[in-house]
Write a protein that binds this ligand. Structure first.
Ligand SMILES: Nc1ncnc2c1ncn2[C@@H]1O[C@H](COP(=O)(O)OP(=O)(O)OP(=O)(O)O)[C@@H](O)[C@H]1O
Ligand SMILES: [Mg+2]
Length: 254
């Protein structure tokens, strides 16, 4: 790969290294993500997927190896990376629109521009009418949609998404999967996306990375060249889902 946008080289993450509770979450993991690539990560629960994403987001530091963005070591969060967390992570004292225009506001856009940007993404995630609502007045799925809108409103080059659609009903999930593909295709963003749904991974990604049980490493990288829009009636779709599920079954902790 010529110039990966994200790269993990011999990455290691040990939690509580000097305690009896020490835990090797990630060991010697190598991964490259190309600009404009859509990569999905799947793997058993607790294998270190969120940890890996947090390291790429600059929210956590590795204990060994390197995490790089455009060839430079990641030392903290950056405007070019947007993160959608596994748990809802809104600011409870800010309304829906204020949460969404946080990034644009931070970069000095006027109140009018901020509101216009927020409205665009509120419409996208179907939250019209809730602009002034506060997070505690929303359902879990609605909060997650605000978090997705906030990440998109920042217009980052790289989207780091940790099971962003996990809490949504299946209909909203399908709508947002399609929207995310549209945004990715139109703006050529790089997406690193964690999911528990193999079906979702096959629907969305250019490449699926399968992580092993802890201490995790990569057990398979499957490149998908199925044309979009992908449908279940394409035999390659079902074949890929089965291949990944078979490997995941082997990787489940006993
Ligand atoms: N701050 C922390 N301190 C100690 N251990 C941690 C910490 N964060 C994560 N871990 C441990 O690291 C391992 C990997 O956690 P992580 O959240 O990355 O898993 P995951 O693959 O995202 O799982 P899931 O699919 O359930 O979200 C787990 O065993 C977890 O207990
Ligand atoms: Mg996780």
């Amino acid at each position: 790969m010529a110039n990966p946008i994200l790269e993990a080289r011999g990455l290691q993450k040990i939690f509580d290294p000097n305690s009896p509770r020490t835990l090797v979450a990630i060991n010697n993991l190598n991964l490259s993500v190309e600009p404009n690539e859509f990569v999905c990560i799947v793997g058993p629960s607790g294998c270190g997927k969120s940890t890996l994403l947090r390291i790429f987001a600059g929210l956590d530091a590795p204990t060994g190896g390197e995490a790089l963005i455009k060839g430079r070591p990641i030392t903290g969060p950056g405007r070019e990376r947007g993160m959608v967390f596994q748990e809802y992570s809104l600011m409870p004292w800010r309304s829906v629109e204020e949460n969404i225009f946080l990034g644009p506001e931070f970069s000095g856009r006027s109140k009018r521009e901020c509101k216009a940007i927020a409205q665009k993404y509120i419409n996208l995630v179907k939250l019209e009418g809730f602009e002034k609502a506060f997070p505690h007045e929303l359902s879990g799925g609605m909060r997650q949609r605000v978090a997705i809108a906030r990440a998109l409103a920042n217009d980052p080059e790289v989207l780091l998404m940790d099971e962003p659609f996990g809490a949504l009903d299946s209909y909203t999930r399908i709508i947002l999967q399609r929207e995310l593909l549209k945004i990715w295709q139109a703006n050529r963003k790089t997406v690193l996306f964690i999911t528990h749904s193999v079906d979702e991974a096959v629907f969305l990604s250019d490449r699926i990375v399968v992580m092993s049980a802890r201490p995790s490493r990569i057990v398979l990288e499957e490149v998908l060249d199925i044309p979009h829009p992908r449908t279940q009636d394409n035999p390659a779709y079902g074949k890929t889902v089965k291949k990944i599920l078979d490997i995941l079954e082997e990787e489940q902790e006993p």
